[in-house]
Design a protein around this ligand. Sequence first.
Ligand SMILES: Cc1cc2nc3c(=O)[nH]c(=O)nc-3n(C[C@H](O)[C@H](O)[C@H](O)COP(=O)(O)O)c2cc1C
Length: 192
Amino acid sequence: MIRDLVIENRSYRSFDESKPIGPETLKELVDTARLCGSAVNRQPLKYRLVSEKDEVEEVLSHTHWAGLLKDVVLPPEGHHPTAFIAVCCDTSVTPDPAHAQFDAGMAAQTIMLMASEEGFGGCMLMAFDKEAVSVALRLPKKLSPVVLLALGVPDETVFLCDLPADGSTAYFRDKAGVHFVPKRSLADVLVE
Ligand SMILES: Cc1cc2nc3c(=O)[nH]c(=O)nc-3n(C[C@H](O)[C@H](O)[C@H](O)COP(=O)(O)O)c2cc1C
């Protein structure tokens, strides 16, 4: 059921490093993402797979996680993602990377849902140093990274919950480190 998969597919920020996600799995994920819809069917997205430990660590060092949580470093040491997929806009296909944002969102969600189905998980990241990541991955000038997908086998618990009384949508963690993500109710999102 797609709904179950969507519920399971949370943003995870701690991983079991002993269970890597290999390059073949990454390729399978992209092989499905490339079939997604695309504005004017231009298909400007290109995917850089990252699964070698050194490269993963280098990319990770240019990313920012869970900006709302001030007292915790994520992902924790020893619980890093084991792969990234850098979803890039090929500016020789679509000159303005902003035009590829919808395509990238659809591809990213497709990849994350498939990853969930296969027992993996991760986090979409748009808070990263694009220049530094481009250099680290030796991306050709025409490729502009739009979103990074951090992937691995999650080893943390994330629950959805209702919005608190003050209406805040800020995610939070309890003392045990369990991560809660408030979601607006159906009544709140339906326009009367
Ligand atoms: C487009 C997009 C960009 C995001 N960028 C980041 C990011 O840079 N760092 C991060 O820790 N989480 C990032 N997230 C994850 C969000 O914080 C997360 O989706 C939100 O807290 C809700 O949690 P959920 O995904 O479990 O529903 C991003 C999510 C989306 C959809």
